[in-house]
Design a protein around this ligand. Structure first.
Ligand code: MN
Length: 424
């Protein structure tokens, strides 16, 4: 389903005068307003192809209906999000859940929706029906060379699909680890993983990057072979200049200082990209910004400061992706909320008075430093984000319009109540 342009225009017309009032109020206090709006317009967040259906836990899954049944329908859903918010102009594909059978046609369809292909994702954390060797005891760390080889070849195959689609990066998340003490020789598991990753690295095209994602625990509960940013950084450093660490917000142990991790990785030139989500106790399944929006702002503050210091382009020099599981909400509504939360945090970070903050830091004026940060965080930047969206042709209130148009019921009518999307 696509939304007719006039419906977005009608929606915007109806909300315009109220929007103007709140926008003018905030805009009057913003320096470099045009530059800020342009940055917001340029910033695009990739939607993962595995998160367009309802997610589940190991206890159950409750489908909401109208889920996309194939890759074409997934692109259609992302195109719809992008129509509404003009900030979801990319897709992150998962192989083998979303193998493009005809890459040319898929690429053309994506282009029609204004979408490009961000990082490709490999999968060596579950067994596929036609697969020769099992990943039960790991993939790239496995004691059996044949299993490692299979995992390496899968990643190389994913790169090939990505090349056909115009992607320029591969994200490797390994579930490898052990669930019980003694199960694994930790030193050798690390070494074998490095050797496997080196073979994948050698297959990267010249202009490609590989992102090494880390996760503290689950599915293994004693050790994880790429368990934290230090381990990922170690692999990325040993692999070479095309290898980077990918930060997934939900993949840390509780209370980890993610903003500090981001700052250090940026400083080392080894931050590759992001998976956005939020968590209360563990894992990564909640909507980004739903639990701890202040932390999200602090992370963006480090990102903006660090990227500016290195002369990086905010929109293009890192991979921005959502990675969440939508278990109880309509996935498309959840994704609209996610993108909005990310844009808000980014806009707040752009408002930080960096000069004043640097002065306060130099004078060790702790109270003033906090005031400066919180002044930006406590600014209601929603009209700025909405204005950028309006200028780009999106809807002033994407979620409101999504509901008003009854998108989900249309999708259920089109695709049925019982379709189940491949994914989480
Ligand atoms: Mn992730």
């Amino acid at each position: 389903m696509q939304i007719e342009k006039y419906k977005i225009a009608e929606h915007n017309d109806r909300l315009l005068s109220a929007h103007k009032r709140s926008f003018d109020y905030i805009a009057s206090g913003v320096q470099n307003l045009q530059d800020l709006l342009q940055k917001l317009r340029d910033f695009q967040i990739a939607i993962p192809s595995w998160a367009l259906g309802t997610g589940g836990t190991r206890f159950g899954r409750f489908s909401g209906g109208g889920e996309p049944g194939n890759l074409e329908e997934k692109l259609e859903d992302i195109g719809l999000l992008h129509q509404l918010n003009q900030s979801s102009g990319a897709v992150s594909l998962h192989i083998p859940w979303d193998i493009p059978k005809n890459a040319g046609a898929i690429k053309a369809l994506a282009a029609q929706f204004g979408l490009r292909f961000d990082a490709m994702n490999s999968n060596t954390f579950q067994d596929q029906p036609d697969q020769q060797h099992s990943y039960k005891f790991g993939s790239m760390q496995h004691v059996d060379k044949a299993v490692r080889q299979q995992a390496i070849e899968h990643n190389i195959e994913v790169i090939k699909y990505g090349v056909e689609l115009g992607s320029e990066s591969l994200t490797v998340w390994l579930s490898d680890g052990s669930s019980f003490p003694g199960q694994l020789n930790l030193r050798r598991a690390h070494q074998r993983t490095l050797e496997s990753l080196q073979e994948v690295y050698a297959a990267l095209p010249e202009n490609w990057k590989v992102f090494v994602e880390y996760k503290a625990y689950e599915p293994n509960f004693y050790s994880t072979t790429v368990g934290d940013w230090g381990q990922s950084f170690l692999f990325a450093s040993k692999l070479g200049p095309k290898a980077y660490t990918l930060v997934d917000l939900g993949h840390h142990l509780p209370n980890a200082n993610i903003e500090q991790i981001v700052a250090l990785l940026l400083n080392e030139g080894k931050l590759g990209g992001f998976h956005f989500n939020d968590s209360k106790y563990g894992d990564d399944d909640l909507t980004v910004g739903s639990i701890n929006p202040y932390q999200l702002f602090l992370i963006f503050n480090e990102l903006v400061e660090g990227m500016d210091a290195r002369g990086m382009n905010h929109a293009n020099d890192l991979g921005w992706m959502i990675d969440a599981s939508h278990n109880v909400k309509d996935p498309l509504e959840d994704l609209l909320q996610s993108v909005e939360a990310i844009m808000i945090a980014y806009a707040q970070a752009l408002l930080v008075d960096t000069k004043a903050l640097a002065e306060a830091q130099q004078q060790s004026d702790v109270a003033r430093a906090q005031e400066i940060l919180q002044a930006a965080y406590r600014t209601d930047v929603r009209p700025l984000v909405a204005e950028a969206r309006l200028q780009a042709g999106g809807a002033l209130q994407p979620l409101e319009l999504y509901r008003q148009l009854g998108v989900r019921s249309h999708l259920i009518k089109e695709r049925g109540q019982k379709t189940v999307a491949t994914g989480l």
